[in-house]
Write a protein that binds this ligand. Sequence first.
Ligand code: UDP
Length: 481
Amino acid sequence: DEEEEKLHILVFPFMAQGHVIPMIDTAKIFASRGLKVTVVTTPLNAPLFSKNLRRSFPSIAVETLEFPAAAAGLPPDCENFDVSMGFDAVTKFFVAAEMLQSPFENLLAETRPDCVLADWFFPWTTDSAAKFGIPRLVFRGTNFFASCLSELTRIHQPHKRVGSESDPFPVPGLPGPPVFLSIDQMPVIDRLLGGETFVGKVFERVAEAESKSYGTIHNTIYEFEPRYADLYMKELGRRAWSIGPVSLCNVGIEDRASRGKESSIDEHSCLRFLNSKKPRSVVYVCFGTLANFSDPQLKEIAAGLESSGREFVWVVRRETNRGGGGGGGDDSWLPAGFEERMEGKGLIIRGWAPQALILDHVAVGGFVTHCGWNSTLEGITAGLPMVTWPVTAEQFYNEKLLTEILGIGIAVVGVKVGSGAVADAVGRMMAEEGEEAAEMRRKAGELGRIARRAVEEGGSSYGNVSALIGELKRDLRRRGK
Ligand code: UDP
């Protein structure tokens, strides 16, 4: 019967919000295209998305594996990866993640899926899938440009020949305009390759496992970066399917509001604030789930937003991180009287914001972002120009894509950014007059339209999902299943 014929895919996201969110979206996309989908996670991660799934995709099953935090020397409730936990804890987190291999294989034996889609941070899943004679797809939640930079620096090691961490060097083998990097702009992952640390070794295996896998799923759109997509697939010889933007699978308000976690603000009061504003007048400021700014830096951002004269929604993670529990309390990080002066003009969200909902609102006209790829792509999809403020990981690569290749970003430079620089960048992005802002708005609008077309029937991402499913089914038949 029909149930029997459904291809069963097991989706296994790495335990960090920036990885879980797009993979849950991807799980929904496969479910909506007729696949049987099982998501694998840990007990403390499951509640972050299971309610959302039950509401709109009740057919998706969720299986949990105990996370061996304590066995790896982590606090027992540490099931979410956070770079700010320090290198020692990061190492332990990867040790714990590696320990999931045997329980994961037990689960494969029980559930017998036809295919595994596992995060690129789980290199060993390629071997696990091979033991069961099934393909492992890699979820690489990034774009082709960043993947090319990682791959080319891995192959050519240009950073081994520079004098200091901030010396710029050109990336060899890249088509189009030359792109310069410095070591301090490279993700630790790329810098560590060939290194002797545990994490360095994991990432060597990540690259190896990826090349032995069935192929990668990229959360991007071919038309955004055809040059780099072609380089990645044709010259570097990688099998890859771009299926983004995956966020667009969330259609209803509820689904978009509760992507990742329940919001710290009632989505309706957030929408009320935005509904009262003129189209494209509000700046949205958010630095993702991991970036931690110091109190003095937060104060500079506040002062910068105030002096820009623009209305804003600003997401601040401070209290959730430092044990404040989100309950008001200590506001010494804000300039004196800030919230009273900004009443009705600026909305501060302490904790988790319904970002997908906010970015798509007509009142929002620009996005100040840390350039995490999910946020970046959500910004592009919403047709927004951006102020780019990368902090870590491959965020500097994404910034270059926005500012140098796509032409829709204004870079904020420096480790410490003063209020003047914040106000200046926001002013340039939101300017009603002048060529620069108009040109960025035009390009961003066009990219947003391309993104929406890509996931519709006939679009490139939609077609790639069909092609991938078709290939998996053909392979399955060939193997006599
Ligand atoms: N996000 C959100 N609300 C927040 C902060 C983040 O919904 O308050 C979502 C955001 O929409 C994105 C993800 O969390 O999908 C963050 O991923 P990204 O790659 O941008 O950054 P990371 O947190 O991994 O650095």
